[in-house]
Design a protein around this ligand. Structure first.
Ligand code: ADP
Length: 479
């Protein structure tokens, strides 16, 4: 397969640099070839998106919704082949990848329905015979910059609300998800989506992304990726006074109190830490445990980890696949070496039988580092979790909040008072009790505090606030 741009309804193969995509589960296997764009493709996409925007915004919400419903059906029809491709491209285990595609279908249907919902308020006027109301209006052309770790769901949770609000979109996916992006655009091209409403430009973040942010005439940016890039994008957008939304890193803690149901908690902890090979911004990377149950929890984690199987992403029985790329393998590998040198191993899964053929990293849980250590403070984005002991609830919350990030946090307890106190005190945009740090539902707001995001929220109704602005309207209909 070869990547392609989709601009103004036309398929364009850029003549730029070629990059071969290897399957991270079997690095000898080629999955396809990327063709990188240059700035001219960004400007072409900008023009196409601008041209299409007025008539797209003038459609009724119901008509835009109808097209989103078509996009959902097309995606459902091709769910299996898209999931297979994504799993080959970035290594997410096939069952999980199917779940991600299903989430994409649900997101499209959810936002399709929003086309028929009220989009403002009637506001009483102090004057007589005045009708005053607010309504949402689109921003215009929105740039959507997405990462590789959710190559289907993240683009859709940005594109769907952007479109239903009447914006047109220029989508720049991560290089390492660009084949999946091409296939997704092909699927959407089967619908009645008008030309230019969604445009796909594939290329390097630094080049294409920079042109988008610095030069193209866009009206807003929604970005998910690293904190450094996110901050840079925020500066660029602030300088141009355009709206931006950045979703960045996380260092999410799960707190286990002494009264927790440990048998129930352990599988949830492992899923939060190791599904998707830990490559979720909401992954559990710190497990904070009340001292009274430290040992019993460790024993249960050891037993559960011994049964956790790493395998090829296409393996239906595997719990997790490889990490996504050579770059990921190297970065996560550095943290694994650091853990081997400076921490104590608590539990690890058996090595993958296929360990030598791809970017496989054995999930591990370590202890014995203090709260300021790099393993506790820096985002690893891989299958590595750190255990920290706390004397009680207060210290556990303090440790949980001792982070520059504030994306997600969870607590395991049977005590309602502790649950509510944690929901009050945890400095995170998403706080969950007896649940994973990951897996917030699509109809609920998603986003973080502190360095984790621009303090905007995605998904649910919150996304509509980002992709529109409020116009206050008033009419004096009789003198
Ligand atoms: P990650 O470490 O997850 O790859 P990045 O922040 O590097 O995170 O990438 C997330 C997305 O941002 C990708 O689509 C990438 O191509 C894009 N990107 C990277 N650098 C820039 C930049 N300077 N401007 C705009 N987008 C960028």
């Amino acid at each position: 397969m070869q990547s392609k741009n989709w601009i103004g309804g036309e398929w364009i193969i850029p003549s730029g640099q070629e990059v071969t995509v290897k399957n991270p589960s079997r690095i000898t296997e080629e999955v396809g070839v990327l063709r990188l764009s240059d700035s001219s493709h960004v400007f072409a996409a900008e023009q196409a998106a601008r041209l299409a925007q007025k008539s797209w915004a003038e459609l009724t919400g119901a008509a835009r919704g109808e097209i989103l419903f078509q996009m959902a059906s097309a995606l459902e029809t091709h769910a299996d082949d898209l999931a297979r491709l994504a799993s080959q491209e970035m290594g997410k285990q096939i069952g999980e990848m199917r779940g991600e595609v299903a989430r994409g279908v649900n997101l499209l249907r959810y936002y399709a329905g929003e086309g028929m919902r009220s989009n403002g308020n009637l506001i009483p006027s102090a004057d007589t015979n005045v009708l005053q109301y607010s309504r949402r209006v689109p921003l215009g052309v929105v740039a959507v910059i997405t990462p590789w770790n959710f190559p289907v769901a993240i683009p859709i949770w940005k594109i769907a609300p952007a479109l239903i609000c009447g914006n047109t979109v220029i989508w720049k996916p991560a290089e390492h998800g660009a084949l999946t992006a091409t296939r997704l655009a092909e699927i959407f091209a089967e619908t009645k989506l008008p030309a230019g409403v969604l445009n796909l430009v594939i290329g390097k973040g630094r080049q294409i992304g920079n042109t988008l942010i610095e030069e193209a005439k866009i009206d807003a940016v929604s970005f998910t990726g690293s904190t450094d890039t996110g901050k840079q994008i925020a500066v660029g957008c602030a300088g141009r006074n355009i709206k931006y939304q950045t979703e960045m890193g996380g260092k999410n803690a799960a707190v286990v109190l002494a009264d927790a149901d440990l048998d129930k908690a352990v599988p949830i902890l492992l899923s939060g830490a190791f599904r998707s090979a830990g490559q979720k911004c909401t992954a559990t990377s710190r497990i904070i445990v009340e001292k009274a149950i430290y040992q019993p929890l460790v024993e249960r984690l050891q037993t559960a980890m011994a049964a956790l199987r790493v395998g090829e992403a296409s393996d239906h029985g595997a719990y997790l696949g490889p990490v996504a790329s050579a770059a990921q393998y190297e970065t996560v590998g550095k943290y694994v070496s650091l853990a081997n040198e400076q921490a104590r191993l608590v539990a690890e899964s058996p090595a993958a039988a296929v360990a030598d053929q791809g970017y496989f990293i054995r999930p591990m849980i370590v202890e014995g580092v203090d709260a300021s250590h790099a393993l506790v403070q820096e985002e690893v984005f891989g299958p590595l979790a750190v255990l920290l002991a706390a004397d009680g609830f207060e210290e556990a919350v303090e440790l949980c909040n001792q982070s520059v990030y504030g994306l997600s946090a969870s607590l395991f307890t049977r005590d309602l008072a502790s649950a509510h106190r944690f929901l009050d005190l945890a400095q995170a945009g998403m706080v969950r009790v007896n649940q994973e740090t990951a897996g917030v539902e699509y109809q609920a707001p998603f986003g973080g505090m502190k360095l984790s995001s621009s303090h905007t929220r995605e998904q649910g109704q919150a996304a509509l606030d980002f992709y529109s602005e409020i116009k206050t309207c008033a009419i004096k209909y009789a003198w």
